[in-house]
Design a protein around this ligand. Structure first.
Ligand SMILES: NC(=[NH2+])NCCC[C@H](N)C(=O)O
Length: 379
């Protein structure tokens, strides 16, 4: 079918489900530590690791326990099956080969990860695929694992755009957010390495993930927390100015917003807290806010010191809507399910155990390409 996805709630027809195959380690280097900075700290919620050297592997490779990788694969395949059984066409990325070589940029090297959190590096807007500029080096080639699918949609008439690719030297990153202790979740956080100079430095560069954007028909809300996001926002604004109204929200979170705010249908948000209302453009402040009870610690597997936890406990807010009434939700979240059912949503529970170790929930792991949708003005 032709690429067509204008929002997160219209009836879902086609989707890409990420692949977790061969996700064996996290590469701890500057870009990774900057991106996940809020989670690299000491607390009961997030599990402590204040020194790289205390990890299970030497150097910067943070090995993930094999059992968790296997269970993750089981859950991701289960998610793909569930969607298929519901009559939705499910596509998959190219599997990252186990011996894939390191990615080498100018002055840096990082091991690639599979195309798992595919919500992040692509933004689908109507009939356009926009590849967004990655902020993590190990993800630099991630969308190449989606190329066969993007090529198919292109052949069927989609637009296919790539935002300017950053060089990603140490000096490319605006560190003001991670160095501003007010913005971390209550430290101490792990220190970010000192950036090293490089002959390829160009100053702060564009970086932005699709998951920083919330599609509300003609209105698009974009979270901007640093200078990297701000320049990328400006690119998007110029690129889309004839078709969309872009709204910049300052620091709703460190980067992604799909565990802060999701639109379940016109007029209804699922939100982490009521305070988000004040951050929104006027017309959207009137929408209903469904705020689930805080996550319960017993809905997560127990991890230990050697498990690197990459998300907040709010990760399960990251639901995937199949229609204005049907929502896919992590089965471990009784409170969230109750609240959605009380609001008359039809909840389809799915198993997803290790979302905190791999940085993503059901919305992050998927990229909807076709919804029975039109571009609406919801103001
Ligand atoms: N698209 C994604 N990868 N979203 C995940 C966001 C997780 C968010 N940083 C949290 O910890 O709650």
């Amino acid at each position: 079918m032709k690429l067509n996805s204008h929002n997160d709630w219209s009836p879902l027809k086609e989707i890409i489900v990420g692949s977790a195959r061969n996700y064996t380690a996290h590469d701890r280097e500057l870009s990774f530590d900057v991106f996940f900075h809020e989670h690299l700290f000491r607390s009961d919620w997030a599990y402590p690791r204040l020194k790289k050297s205390s990890g299970p592997s030497a150097g910067t490779r943070w090995q993930i326990h094999e059992r968790y990788v296997e269970e993750l694969n089981e859950d991701v395949e289960g998610l793909a099956d569930t969607l298929q059984k519901l009559g939705i066409i499910v596509h998959r990325p190219v599997i990252l080969p186990p011996d894939a070589p390191a990615i080498r940029g100018f002055g840096w090297e990082a091991m690639p990860v599979p195309a798992l959190n595919i919500r992040d590096n692509t933004l689908i807007l109507g009939d356009e695929i926009i590849e967004t500029p990655p902020a993590i080096r190990s993800r630099y080639l991630e969308t190449r694992l989606l190329t066969p699918l993007f090529k198919k949609y292109y052949d069927e008439g989609a637009r296919w755009t790539t935002m300017p690719r950053p060089v990603l030297t140490d000096a490319s990153f605006d560190l003001s957010y991670v160095r501003d202790t007010q913005n971390t979740m209550g430290g101490p956080t792990e220190p970010v390495e000192n950036p090293l100079p490089s002959p390829y430095d160009v100053g702060f560069e564009m970086m932005l993930d699709g998951a920083q954007c919330l599609k509300l028909g003609r209105d698009i809300i974009v979270n901007v927390a640093n200078a990297n996001h701000a320049t990328a926002f400006e690119w998007l604004r110029r690129h889309l100015e004839d078709r969309y109204r872009l709204h910049q929200i300052y620091r709703m979170s460190d980067n992604h917003i799909d565990t802060m705010l999701l639109a379940l249908r016109p007029g209804v948000f699922l939100a982490r807290h009521e305070g988000i209302r004040e951050m929104l453009p006027d017309p959207f402040r009137k929408w209903q806010f469904i705020v689930p009870p805080p996550p319960e610690s017993d809905s997560f597997p127990k991890y230990d010191e050697s498990d690197l936890v990459l998300t907040s406990p709010y990760i399960d807010l990251n639901v995937l809507s199949l229609s204005p009434t049907d929502v896919l939700v992590n089965q471990a979240c009784a409170g969230l399910i109750r609240v959605l059912e009380n609001a008359r949503f039809n909840v389809i529970p799915v198993q997803h155990r290790h979302r905190r170790l791999f940085g993503g929930g059901l919305h992050c792991f998927t990229l909807d390409t076709v919804r029975d949708s039109v571009l609406e003005d919801l103001q």
